[in-house]
Write a protein that binds this ligand. Structure first.
Ligand code: ADP
Length: 480
């Protein structure tokens, strides 16, 4: 891989400030199928070492002033920004997203580090008016301790920084296990953290067997908190595994985002929002629209305009200029997209555009629009995680809300309307952790990201993101 700074391409893991492990596990470019690197295949024993390193590093890191931790994080932020082109290239090669999107993710990932560098200084306590004349009641916030992060492949940089920067800012140390599809971005970020002067053991990255590493991270009593982003299925498994040691948990799991277009919507804006939210990262984000619910009066026109906009999307390898749709991550992802389309068509949906594997081969798929979708179809119940826009028809507001909430998930939701009364009613009625109103783009480091229902709990970003890494301690000072 051609990088400006080849030192960022790492083939070892970082444990206690030492780059370690034999590169064994192949990392593949999903656009070409080519093996681009190997990383270590670590297991429980090495994970135990990483946890022990994080435990040793904790007292000194926790004892630093918030400003000192903030300064170190700020240097990490600067290093990430300087390395933008290389990080974007590494990410595009291992993950597949277009370079422009990869650059955008690097900026987004860096923004979390900058944000939490700032928030480190604002972990305030409280003084509570006492229930007794001779006492004073205080609340202080302290770091949770050693934390673990298990992260997915769809945002190889941002899913790490939104956890690690919050943890480090709060005074915690961390062990990160990135997804096996995208370990190179994680290792490059660790290298930049090291260069920024973040001490040995404060951040450790282990790659390898998800089951073994995850098993140790959840069973080891030294780990006080686990933050996981991934599927609901694995989230439930990790929550069960964490029960024995009663760890604090943050779970950012699957979604099934509804996107409602009311009759009074600005249709061009709604089409633009649907394109951004549906096709970003080739439909592989947990806040991607999964069900587009369109009111009777604008249904046909919305479908027509969406198909026109979809025809402008350009499929190809993420490294090629102008490409907006990269490949899917792997064959399993491709198979799921095909199954969802076949099931929908069998149950009466109509393909308005796409619907097939792309002529480029591999895991490329045509951006697809389906009309006539119904709640019984698989794509209405499960996250498709691919470039398939599924249109459902509804008659009135009550039906839209009922359809939107007819899922066990509750991560993101979106709707388009210009009626202020309806905007409040629908926003309050939708069972989601995050709602985009007249926009398809909601993610920012300054706002709380997270879900309800089986999409999980905990919030990342905003001032709430650092709270998840601190414990409340109440001090009752009596005898005054
Ligand atoms: P996805 O379907 O998006 O790949 P997963 O939930 O399977 O999501 O994976 C998200 C992260 O969880 C990845 O880092 C993966 O390696 C990890 N993971 C998968 N299975 C386990 C497991 N049994 N224990 C711990 N981590 C796991």
């Amino acid at each position: 891989m051609d990088l400006i700074d080849p030192d960022l391409l790492r083939d070892r893991c970082l444990i206690d400030g030492i780059w370690t492990g034999e590169p064994k596990l192949a990392v593949t470019d999903p656009a070409s199928g080519e093996i681009i690197a190997h990383v270590p295949q670590l297991g429980a024993a090495e994970t135990r070492e990483a946890i022990a390193a994080a435990e040793r590093a904790l007292p000194a890191w926790r004892a630093r002033t918030a400003k000192e931790r903030a300064t170190a994080l700020r240097r990490w932020f600067d290093a990430i920004v300087v390395a933008t082109e290389d990080l974007a290239m590494i990410m595009t090669r291992e993950q597949g997203k277009p370079l422009a999107e990869a650059r955008g993710e690097v900026a987004y990932a860096a923004a979390y580090v900058e944000w939490f560098a700032e928030e480190a200084k604002r972990v305030y306590g409280e003084i509570i008016p006492s229930h007794r004349a001779d006492s004073r009641l205080l609340v202080i916030r302290q770091p949770v301790g050693v934390c673990a992060a298990i992260t997915p492949w769809n945002f190889p940089a941002a899913m790490i920084t939104r956890k690690a920067a919050a943890a480090l800012a709060a005074g915690c140390t961390m062990v990160v296990k990135p997804a096996s599809q995208t370990p190179l971005t994680a290792l490059a970020l660790a290298r930049l953290a090291e260069r920024a002067g973040i001490p040995a053991g404060v951040i450790n990255v282990v790659t390898g067997s998800a089951r073994e590493i995850g098993g140790e991270l959840t069973a080891n009593p030294v780990v006080r908190k686990l933050s996981f982003t991934g599927s609901t299925e694995i989230g439930k498994l990790l929550m069960g595994q964490s029960a024995a040691t009663l760890k604090k948990l943050s779970m950012e799991l699957g979604g099934n985002a509804p996107f409602i277009v009311f009759d009074d919507a600005d249709l061009d804006a709604a089409v633009e929002g649907a394109i951004t939210s549906k096709y970003r990262n080739t439909g592989q984000t947990c806040v991607c629209v999964n069900r587009i619910l369109v009111q009777d009066g604008v249904y046909d026109e919305f479908a027509r305009r969406l198909a026109v906009a979809v025809a402008r999307l350009q499929v190809g390898p993420g490294t090629e200029p102008g490409v907006t749709q990269g490949p899917l991550i792997d064959n399993a992802a491709l198979a799921k997209v095909e199954e969802h389309i076949a099931d929908a068509v069998q149950n009466g949906a109509e393909i308005v555009s796409g619907g097939q594997r792309h002529s480029l081969g591999g895991t490329f798929f045509e951006p697809t629009v389906l009309t006539g979708c119904t709640p019984e179809m698989a794509l209405a119940r499960e996250e498709t995680f691919g470039p398939v826009a599924a249109l459902f028809r509804f008659a009135d507001e009550a039906e839209a809300i009922r359809l939107a909430n007819d899922t066990e998930f509750g991560l993101a939701g979106y709707f388009y309307s210009r009626d202020i009364g309806r905007i409040w009613r629908v926003a309050e009625a939708m069972e989601c952790g995050m709602i985009g109103i007249n926009t398809g783009l909601i993610s920012t480091e300054v706002a709380p990201f997270g879900g309800i229902k089986e999409s999980g709990f905990g919030r990342e970003g905003s001032r709430h993101g650092i709270e998840d890494y601190s414990e409340i301690k109440y001090l009752c000072m009596a005898g005054l």
